[in-house]
Design a protein. Structure first.
Length: 251
């Protein structure tokens, strides 16, 4: 590791990754935002899914001030964040065949909707099956993943495929295999993961594109406002009433 504090070096690494996705994924971000805008305009619903820490970026765009009211979290019990005990159970559930199909079959997802599947490695059974099954149902799928894993690791799904192989649009987070940006001679393992920073930024960039695309078409984007500004709650009640049939996190 070169000169500079660990904090400085981490910020440099994160900024470098953000610059890469800004430049290299611009076309895919536009395509993803357009897909979501098309879905909203056509009366479809929006869902986001991620397992473990990948769920953080999914949760970041659900019921969010400044975000789209129509973005719903597709939750799989035991894999949303690290709130399950023991935390290692969540990792084990990601490798269970059939779990994604069971979740989708009991979810409100239907043909004409859009689903964002977030998985850093994209190699486990859950995200692969989630994308496969959703597309079979007529749902358009956006995958957010690190494409590097598909060439440097082995798939854990029975098909031997990765999340990226089952998506209409793929956003590559550019995160290196192992998700650790720093090394020190005095520390035996690489450390300082940046996937959450980059993936959350990708998601917000897509949502921003969606809102602007809708506005360009003369459609008011169904955005939420902060409840901590005057009039925010009244604004949100109006939006939730108008789009109540496409919002599932309030029931």
């Amino acid at each position: 590791m070169s000169d500079g504090t660990p904090a400085d070096l981490f910020f440099d690494a994160a900024i470098g990754l953000l610059q890469r996705v800004r430049e290299e994924e611009a076309e895919a971000i536009t395509a993803a935002g357009t897909l979501l805008a098309d879905t909203v305009a056509a009366g479809g619903r929006l869902f986001a899914f991620g397992a473990g820490h990948s769920s953080l970026a999914a949760q970041d765009v659900v019921y969010r001030a400044g975000g789209l009211a129509l973005m719903n979290l597709l939750a799989v019990p035991g894999v949303v964040g690290v709130d399950v005990t023991p935390a290692t159970l969540g990792s084990a559930l990601e490798r269970v065949d059939g779990l994604a199909s069971a979740v989708l079959d009991s979810s409100p997802l239907r043909a004409g909707d859009a689903l964002v599947v977030i998985s850093l490695s994209g190699r486990n059974a859950l995200p692969v099956e989630m994308a496969q099954r959703a597309r079979a149902l007529g749902v358009q799928v956006i995958g957010v993943t690190s494409v590097a894993y598909a060439t440097q690791t082995t798939s854990q799904h029975s098909s031997g495929t990765f999340l990226k192989d089952h998506c209409d649009i793929v956003l590559d987070s550019k995160i290196a295999v192992g998700d650790a940006e720093l090394t020190l001679d005095t520390i035996p393992a690489p450390f300082a993961p940046a996937s959450t920073v980059v993936t959350a930024a990708l998601m917000q960039a897509v949502v921003a594109t969606t809102a602007a695309t809708l506005a360009d078409r003369g459609i008011e984007p169904p955005l939420l406002r902060s409840g901590n500004v005057d009039g925010g709650h009244d604004w949100n009640r109006r939006v939730m009433t108008e789009y109540g049939d496409r919002i599932f996190y309030r029931h």
